[in-house]
Design a protein around this ligand. Structure first.
Ligand SMILES: Nc1ncnc2c1ncn2[C@@H]1O[C@H](COP(=O)(O)OP(=O)(O)OP(=O)(O)O)[C@@H](O)[C@H]1O
Ligand SMILES: [Mg+2]
Length: 151
């Protein structure tokens, strides 16, 4: 798959960086032909993944490092969010709607990531931390190609 552009970011696990990451990733992804609605959905998915890294991975300690890798492809965007925090013991359970290890939370982060992105992959172990890989495809490629090739 041809890589068009790539962004790598690293930041501390501070709550303020959730808003930073969502805006930065959406601004970068807007180089592709996404709709405004797509970009809003990307923002939500990134917020949820980064918030999870901070709140669960690093248990709100501000000294962890969150890494975000955004790859623009001809077909869409791939977003990775990584932490070296405590990891997820049971990924299958964590992905269930309304499942949370924190009774104060709704357990909807992964539901949003799954419904707003076309693919979600969770790679995690208690020793290493967690890596979330999400893909969102550009859906209006047919329309864009048709309007460009006007003859
Ligand atoms: N990066 C992570 N590191 C460790 N555990 C995680 C991580 N991301 C998710 N989890 C675990 O997966 C569970 C489900 O995550 P999800 O985002 O769906 O719900 P939540 O964060 O608990 O609630 P909400 O997102 O609605 O505030 C979490 O409760 C947590 O136990
Ligand atoms: Mg969450």
């Amino acid at each position: 798959m041809k890589v068009i552009n790539q962004l790598k970011m690293e930041f501390l696990s501070l709550p303020a960086n959730v808003a930073f990451a969502r805006v930065a990733v959406a601004a970068f992804a807007s180089q592709l032909d996404f709709t405004l609605n797509d970009l809003e959905e990307i923002k939500v998915a990134v917020s949820e993944a980064v918030a999870n890294a901070i709140v669960h991975g690093y248990e709100n300690s501000p000294t962890g490092i969150v890494r975000v890798l955004v790859t623009l492809l001809e077909t869409g965007v791939e977003i990775r969010v990584e932490d070296n925090g405590k990891g997820i013991a049971d990924v299958k359970k964590a992905l269930e709607p309304a499942y949370s290890t924190d009774p104060e939370r709704m357990g909807l982060g992964f539901v949003f990531m799954q419904s707003f992105m076309d693919r979600l992959h969770v790679d995690s172990s208690p020793a290493r931390g967690t890596r979330i890989t999400m893909i969102k495809n550009i859906n209006n490629r047919g329309a864009a190609a048709a309007s460009q090739g006007g003859h």
